[in-house]
Ligand binder design. Structure first.
Ligand code: ATP
Length: 348
């Protein structure tokens, strides 16, 4: 087996499971983003993979080699993993070249020089070889941190919020360039983030965690379009929630009947509505498609508009997303219908 493999890995602190039966694989050249709210166990899982924590149970393997199971524990320095953290952690008294060279083990000077030259070139840092970290921008420092982690040629790269210290414009660019290089080198990359946009943009696959467990893993599109529960749906976008009971394969809500073909009659259910699932028709009146609602407020967000509305005979507020500049004015009466896409029903 190749890449990084975690099988049923658990770790508790003071009786609380920070990582609970984690099953996760990262193939060579693949980028998996571990996503979840604060305290859900992302960093603990990364530390278990790195060998900075030992598992209470389960198995960690890299390539064909078992790193951690009942009988074995390989320390971090012998795991052939690269680590990159949010704070870069460069040596301030060493220049860029020396920082990158630091991680290379016993190699002849000529080989060391070649490795460093190659990485500085790939990371677009050659012009900064003799610069000290404090003279570099955040993006440059992060590229040095990455080059240093790559210098020993690790099979696995473990990164904890590596781009969150960067300005958001730089974050996209450095993130995409960095991960392109890791894919090209065939490195199995596990990256922690709490930002669903970042995970969707950068990950080949995403593992979403809550309370120490992986709730769902798959491609970003899998998680967005086929979420397994309300938590997962909410994690990827704003949603409006409405409760009800299933009757005749539908849930009756104040926005009309929502299809629930897989749920039995009488099941209490929650309907999640993404803003794009609300379809508005202006004017309307009797006979138009949907339910009458009043526009409470509307705001242009640049490429789209967000509109809050309330059914005329209802109590809850709902958020709709419309094309830019197409929103009805506050106070206008509209008809609201629900599109299938962006609408999910879960049994409570
Ligand atoms: P964040 O996004 O805030 O960094 P996280 O998802 O990375 O959070 P972890 O840092 O893995 O979460 O922590 C998971 C849980 O385990 C938390 O409740 C944390 O307090 C606890 N925990 C982690 N490390 C230790 C430790 N060494 N001793 C005691 N509790 C710990």
């Amino acid at each position: 087996m190749t890449g990084l493999v975690l099988e049923q890995v658990s770790r508790s602190f003071d009786g609380h499971a920070a990582a609970d039966a984690i099953d996760l694989t990262v193939a060579p050249g693949e980028v998996v983003c571990m996503l979840g709210p604060s305290g859900c166990g992302k960093t603990t899982t990364l530390r278990l993979a790195a060998g900075l924590e030992s598992a209470d149970s389960g198995r960690v393997a890299i390539g064909d080699q078992v790193m951690d199971d009942d009988g074995a524990f390989v320390p971090p320095e012998a795991r052939n993993v690269g680590l990159v953290f949010q704070d870069f952690a460069l040596f301030p008294h060493l220049d860029v070249r020396a920082n990158v060279e630091f991680g290379i083990g016993d190699q002849p000077p000529e080989a060391r020089r070649r490795i460093v030259d190659d990485l500085l070139e790939r990371m677009n840092l050659a012009a900064h070889a003799s610069a000290f970290p404090h003279t570099l921008s955040g993006g440059e420092q992060q590229r040095v941190a990455l080059a240093r982690a790559l210098a020993p040629g690790p099979k696995v790269m473990l990164m904890d919020e590596p781009f969150s210290g960067l300005d958001f414009r730089l974050r996209d660019q450095v993130g995409e360039e960095t991960l392109a290089l890791l894919r090209q080198l065939g490195t199995a990359t596990l990256m922690v983030t709490h930002d669903s946009d970042e995970a969707m943009r950068l990950g080949d696959r995403v593992a979403l965690m809550r309370n120490g467990r992986i709730i769902q893993q798959g491609t970003p599109a899998d998680l967005y379009h086929h979420p397994v529960d309300v938590f997962t749906t909410k994690f990827f976008s704003e949603i409006s929630l409405v409760g009800g009971f299933v009757k005749g394969k539908s849930v009756a809500t104040e926005l009309g009947l929502i299809a629930a073909p897989d749920l039995a009659d009488g099941t209490p259910a929650t309907v999640c509505l993404r803003p794009e699932s609300l379809v508005l028709t202006q004017g309307g009146g009797g006979g138009a498609h949907g339910v009458a609602a009043t526009v409470l407020s509307a705001r242009n967000m640049g490429p789209y508009d967000l509109v809050w509305l309330k059914p005329v005979t209802g109590v809850a507020k709902y958020l709709a997303r419309l094309g830019p500049g197409t929103s009805p004015a506050p106070g206008a009466e509209v008809q609201v219908a629900i599109a299938r896409s962006g609408c999910f029903v879960f049994a409570d």
